[in-house]
Design a binder for this molecule. Sequence first.
Ligand code: HEC
Length: 512
Amino acid sequence: MKPLSQALSLSFLILMSAPQAEVKSLSGYTVDTEGLCGGFPKVALKTTDDTCLGLVATEESGLKRPRRILSVGEGLFIVTDMYGWVANKGIVWLFDSKSRKLTKLFDKVDQAHGLGMGPDGLIYVGTRTSIFRFNLENHLETKETVISDLPLEGNHPLTHFIFDGAGNLIVNVGAPSDQCLDDKDRPQYPCPVSEGDDPEASLRLYFRDGTGAYPSYKVIAKGLRNSMALAIEPNSGQLFQGENGMDFKDADTPLEEINLIEEGAHYGWPYCYEDGLLNPKYKRSLLNRRIPKIDCSIYKAPVAHLPPHSAPLDMMFYQGDLFPEFQGKLIVTLHGYRETGHRIVSLDLNEQFLPLENSRTEIVTNWSSESGLTPKGSPVGMTTDKEGNIWFVEDKNKTIMVLTRGDSNVGDLGGNTLQIKLSASQVNAYKGLDESIFTNSCQSCHDQFSGDPKSVVPELIKSGLIKPGLGKESPLYQRLIGTEAGQRMPLGAPAIKSELSIKLKDFIDSLK
Ligand code: HEC
């Protein structure tokens, strides 16, 4: 028998060279090779009228965990690939969409993430602790670190940045924890890492000097948990931030936020969120007298909200010609794994160029409807090319996709309906796992693992977290032990005992 990887790359080659009516699985997507979109295999996801989605590059072409994409010329793109939640394995790719070839420009980059074109035409890349730049013509010789003093520790290590109109760099310094609790789970006021002269959970502005160096910075905004989406509105010059809010257990709260960044403002993390709501952990009570009564009205409220836990990971004000229907609007990728996430949306602006939250329109959606066939979407970075096509990367599904003009898919996509019947002993086995693992260690952030096994398990299969019969390959198990692709769970807490994770693996193996 051929090894799987060889079989896959072979089918990929056939697909690329001679399109014929065949159904293929690429990066987990089922594509009909006859249906093309922009010359690429068409993905059966729902998009807005007269737009379609092409599958440009996949896992089979070598992508590991692509995070950002940047158009750098006719059909050419730079892609940062963090590889996984491990140090020093990230890749910077050059992607040629015509030959569909990925070329490694740099490897062993520490959690490659942020990406942008500088005012000097050089390409800038964010690593866990630094930002470096290079010239595409001779990338190895010209590689130069420009910022090297970014904080190292914590849960939000990825470096995202954008340039302002003067060529200065606005850099996200993510909060090192979810809610700034101490090791006994108690609130800290003031939160030591997010206050003072040089706080984390902030945005820094690094000044570009006359020589093109970035020798110094000032903190321009505080109390921002993790600013993975940043964009400047071109008419007003206003800077907006998409806030990835705290991991409350409740599925309906907190809403994610779009903040208008004003210099010197404090946006509330970890004490307050949304429009003046107090984080329950920071409520003063008889038991909680270390904390004063906190007045949330002193923190700056967002200008718009996004669905709870939807995780905005990139945004841009669309300026292309191809889609007049998106012109000037704010486009946001939502990466979250809960029901509200995994889609791309647009928001209209009002006369003050502020996003209007009730105008939200889904541009790419239905990522989870194809029960098990199509993986849940995980869009991260976006870029537009000269024509105005929107190219984006997905990290979990390991793809590059393009949204272009074409016939859209509409309505129900008719995925296979899942028929899984659990035996009484399987029901009991899952109940045991729920009691020993999920309720105690996971439910505070994920409520979808707990409850009646007869409904929970099929949902987990549908979303791809359980692959029936394949314990070792199921993300739910992999996250307990921690793999290169995913951080070990529970996030920020000691590992689950191995005898328990083995029980989970055995349970999944039993689902044949
Ligand atoms: C403090 C909050 C927190 C706790 C507790 C936690 N997680 Fe997570 N989990 C997250 C966040 C945030 C993500 C998304 C980021 C990522 O993918 O790494 C995530 C992602 C995941 C994913 C990937 C979801 C997907 O759709 O790909 C799995 C599976 C997962 N967690 C399992 C668990 C399990 C099992 C536990 C308990 C043993 C647990 N988590 C506990 C915060 C948490």
